[in-house]
Design a protein around this ligand. Structure first.
Ligand SMILES: [Zn+2]
Ligand SMILES: [Zn+2]
Length: 205
């Protein structure tokens, strides 16, 4: 059954709702890529964000169904490369919130598990979001997905994305100005040197 999911940062300044969420409406996977890891290191809470194999549990949903009710001025935006994905986080306590494409034209949003507020929710993440459909970019993990598992997840996700785009969900993202289509705040790009240093830090963990 779809249900509203409370989201927010860990200190409680930023609060919001992901509306009508269920396993059939989101695409949940674990990403262990070379950008998600230094990002977690940058925020200084890799221990909470990354799992044993350095993966980040995320779920993709339509930006139309996310709403912030408090503390939207706490939202900051970072990118690791000049054209990379936009990584939105709460700068009060460095809680990662979502990743989006740099343009609102693609209604893609990956919500990071740490921003799901479960303080008044006794369901498990599996109950709320369905089980993890794939694990990508984590060669050391025994559960790394095979080719067909990935193809099936990508096809499923591609269908969802097409549906969201055709019904105009890209025009309703809280991260892009509805009139200009620009990000609500200018993203800050960290230097390639800083990314390398964060990757070294990750390797030592
Ligand atoms: Zn906070
Ligand atoms: Zn990643």
């Amino acid at each position: 059954m779809p249900a509203d999911l409370a989201i927010g940062c860990s200190c409680g300044s930023l609060k919001g709702i992901a509306h009508g969420i269920s396993g059939s409406r989101v695409n949940r996977f674990v990403c262990g890529c070379g950008d998600c890891q230094p990002y977690a290191q940058y925020l200084g809470c890799a221990g909470e964000i990354l799992d044993t194999y350095g993966g980040t549990d995320v779920f993709q949903m339509s930006p139309r169904y996310i709403e912030f009710t408090d503390g939207i001025d706490r939202i900051a935006c970072l990118r690791l490369t000049p054209n990379g994905v936009l990584r939105w986080y709460a700068d009060c306590c460095n809680t990662p919130i979502v990743n989006t494409f740099p343009t609102r034209q693609i209604p893609f949003m990956a919500v990071i598990h740490t921003c799901v507020d479960r303080s008044n929710d006794n369901r498990s993440l599996d109950d709320s979001l369905g089980s993890v459909r794939a694990r990508v970019n984590s060669p050391s993990a025994p559960s790394e997905s095979g080719k067909w598992e990935l193809v099936s997840m990508l096809l499923r996700y591609g269908g969802m994305l097409l549906k969201w785009r055709l019904r105009g969900d890209h025009k309703h993202s809280p991260f892009f100005n509805a009139r200009t289509g620009q990000p609500i705040i200018a993203p800050r790009t960290i230097s390639a040197y800083e990314v390398q240093e964060l990757k070294k830090k990750q390797d030592l963990d």
